[in-house]
Design a binder for this molecule. Structure first.
Ligand code: PMP
Ligand code: GLN
Length: 382
């Protein structure tokens, strides 16, 4: 009998629901990924670099040309200057970045505060470092930070807080005032921050993404994480980056160099070329995804699901209380997939303690128009 280091971990809900969608032939609005391809010019650039022989290890910290492009994008998006050599590290995906940041600073007995519903990779990463997650439930209606609960969760052992904005699965956005409040709360404490901003460019209705990169006080203790997968519609490329002050980047890189050493070389070359040639791609993303959100929500307006349009991410939460209040969200997701041909993600799997009476599933609208129309038709027929 193996004594598991992660006894509570099974196969992730994303794998399970995507598998069920394949088995049943359901439309897969569960795991978050586009059903369309990344830009042709980006794919051409990667192919060209593979054929030009850019197939060996890249520098451990990431290809300089790509780190320069990330720094330029950060300057354009948030008006701040980060040093491409000492503050930016390219990683094989945001998940790996988060894992490395946690391993870099969390020791046995440390506590890490996460906000529920929280992304599923955080807790196992903390546990493998010997730490323990302390779960703070976000507001059940608006998914905003409950400051009283957060203050109560702080202890002398708290070593890190993991923030996620725009928030998966709710799409909630943190405001500048909330970042100020967080900074004030932890000002005199020895606490690091991971700011998971993989959906940084997926914000709607003219709302800004408030990045920790632009909050000088918080940034001093932060690892800010993003993912090229979300921004360039290529989730399977598993390429991301971490931005952190030099001293934190040094510690992060000590771990990263032994977890993977470097990211995938031709992908980095292709991304660097594409970012240099197409800075407008990022600026066009909010409108691109808002059109998908609005199409999907307009179509769902005549369904029995209720919802508030998501302010960010490519996920829409829908409440099914009027349809099957008798079902837990896990059972609802199974029922929707098997009986109605649409796969979704239940929200309770992101929570240590599911909220009583909450009846929410998450639908991914990073899909072609015909997929969204077909899915909406099935959902409206229920
Ligand atoms: N954080 C959040 C909140 C996510 O939704 C995702 C998406 N998978 C990730 C991190 C991981 O991104 P990546 O695929 O680049 O590892
Ligand atoms: N981030 C994606 C989601 O939330 C899934 C990533 C994964 O499959 N691990 O759906």
């Amino acid at each position: 009998m193996i004594s598991s280091k992660l006894p509570n971990v099974g196969t992730t809900i994303f794998t399970r629901m995507s598998q069920l969608a394949v088995e049943t032939g359901a439309l897969n609005l569960s795991q978050g990924f586009p059903d369309f391809d990344g830009p042709q010019a980006l794919r051409d650039a990667v192919a060209a670099h593979i054929n030009a022989g850019h197939n060996q290890y890249s520098p451990m910290t990431g290809l300089p040309a790509l780190r320069e492009q990330v720094a330029a994008k950060i300057a354009r998006s948030y008006g701040v200057t980060v040093n491409a050599d000492t503050e930016i590290t390219i990683t094989p995906g945001a998940t790996q970045a988060i894992f490395c940041a946690i391993q870099a600073v969390i020791r046995a007995g440390d506590e890490v505060i996460v906000f529920d519903p929280c992304y599923d990779s955080y807790e196992p990463s903390v546990e493998l470092a010997g730490g323990r997650c302390v779960h703070v439930q976000l507001g059940s209606a608006d998914f905003a930070i409950d400051w009283e609960k957060l203050e109560q969760a702080l202890s002398p052992r708290t070593r890190m807080i993991i923030l996620n904005t725009p928030h998966n699965p709710s799409g909630a956005l943190v405001t500048r005032a909330e970042l100020d409040q967080l900074a004030a709360l932890i000002a005199n404490r020895d606490i690091y921050l991971i700011s998971d901003e993989v959906y940084e460019h997926l914000v709607y209705d003219g709302l800004p993404h408030v990045s920790v990169l632009a909050h000088a006080e918080l940034y001093q203790r932060a690892f800010v994480v993003s993912s090229f997968g979300k921004t360039y519609h290529v989730t399977g490329w598993k390429t991301g980056y971490v931005v952190a002050p030099p001293a934190l980047s040094v510690e992060l890189r000590k771990v990263h160099q032994y977890v993977s050493f470097c990211g995938v070389t031709p992908l980095q070359w292709g991304l660097a070329d594409f970012m240099a040639a197409h800075p407008e791609h990022v600026e066009a993303l909010p409108a691109f995804y808002q059109a998908k959100r609005d199409l999907f929500c307009d179509l769902l307006d005549s369904s029995r699901f209720t919802f508030k349009r998501t302010p960010g991410t490519y996920f829409q939460l829908v409440d099914y209380s009027a349809i099957r209040p008798d079902l837990s969200d896990v059972d609802m997701a199974l029922w929707l997939t098997r009986e109605h041909g649409v796969a979704s993600i239940p929200v309770s799997v992101f929570c240590q303690q599911p909220v009583a009476d909450q009846r929410l599933v998450r639908l991914c609208f990073a899909k072609r128009e015909e997929t969204l129309r077909e899915a909406a038709e099935k959902l409206c027929a229920i």
